[in-house]
Each structure stands twice: as structure tokens, then as C-alpha cells.
Design a protein around this ligand. Sequence first.
Ligand SMILES: *Cc1c(COP(=O)(O)O)cnc(C)c1O
Length: 239
Amino acid sequence: MTTIAINLHQIRTRLQQACVDAGRAPDSVALLAVSKTFGPDAVREAALQGQRDFGENYIQEAVEKIAILREMDWEQPALAWHCIGPIQSNKTRLVAEHFDWAHSVDRLKIAQRLSDQRPDGMAPLQVCLQVNPDGGTTKSGVPLEEALALARAVALLPKLQLRGLMAIPDEAGDFAAQCAVHRRVRQLFDSIAASGAPGLAAFDTLSLGMTGDLEAAVQAGSTMVRVGRGIFGGRARAA
Ligand SMILES: *Cc1c(COP(=O)(O)O)cnc(C)c1O
């Protein structure tokens, strides 16, 4: 087995254990493999082990990777691409044309552009709103108290399907502190789901947890963890 295959197996086992420890069904949390900074061969390696969902931060890098993978000679499974990095206005078209999901939408203007630019033949872009649960001023993410209003507006855009919330909490010290931050996002998720706003029929995704804090995220109710280093190893370039 390759290193990626072994790592992927270990992360799946860890994720299932986290579910069991949280009193949840072992396969109730989806695994998003974060392949940023790693090349197409690494993605293929993981895909050959049955991994289907891949997350990318850098939009240009992702679009090139997707194209190379498509041209490679292999029995290609259908992969789903998730944009998890900051989306500037001048990158919305690339996201709308090449991705299946965008987890990092935190402004209405960006959501509107994504909806306007989503090609007619494609399924709606699946969208999570990125929220900022610890109030760090330098980070992206809509403040928690503004998230419901943004959700109501985004849910009405025709070419988007609002799926849930995403957060990247600051590194919190221990397990309890990690759980506390994730739980704030979970509570917001529950209150938006219960708001009765139109367009929330598919609001079912909490994109929470990374290599370092996936157990706490699963404990708090994550439905999708985004794991990079735990699958592909350390990144040479800061990200
Ligand atoms: C890089 C990144 C991840 C993965 O982080 P790891 O610590 O490598 O698991 C998850 N989510 C986002 C938004 C990221 O940028």
C-alpha cells in the first residue's frame, strides 16, 4: 500500500471511532480530502482508494489539477470538487464553472456572482456559508449574528443550493475548548435550520473539523470533516 492509502485508511478508522465515541452512526460523517498543494498523482492515489470528494483552497491551482486529472489515462471515477479557500470576485467564474461545492461563501455579492455565473447545464452549486465563530478580526467568515440574514438571501439564489455552514476555528487548547467553539457553529446551524426560511430544504451540512480537531467536530455534530495533512502528509508551502 502507498502512504496515501495507509493514511486514508487510518483517517477513516479514526473518523469512525470519533462517530462511535460521540454516539453517532460510524458512517455518518463525510470525509473531504484536502489536496491543496499536492499534485494530481496524489489525488489519483486517494481516488483509487475510493475517495471521491476533494477540497482545494487555491482556485487556479485546482482548475489546473482538475484538467490534468481529466487528461490522465486511468479509469476515472466521478470526483466532486469543493472550494474551501477564500473566493475573490475575480475568481467566482472559475469556481462557478469548475467546482461542485463552495464552502467559503461569506458575502452576498460573491454568492450572487456564483449564481449568475453557474453554467446552465450544471447542477446547482452546493454552498456552505463560512462563519467566524471566534470573532478573530483578520479571518474570513461572516459573524455569527449576521449569518441568518445571509442564509436567507443566499437560499433564494437560483443556481445555488444552500447546504449548510463551514468554519475554521482558531486552534483551541484542549478537547473541551475545541468542542465549545464547534458547538457555537452547531447551534447557529440548528437555529437557521429551524428558522423556516424558504430555500432551506437541503440545509444538512456542517463542514467542521480538520486533521487536528476532527474528534471535537464530530462530537459537536459535524457532517463533513476536511482533512489534508492526515491524508496527504505535511505541506511544503504554508496554507
Ligand atoms: C488546509 C485546510 C484544511 C485541512 O487542514 P489539515 O490541518 O491539513 O487537515 C481544512 N479546511 C480548510 C479551509 C483548509 O484551508
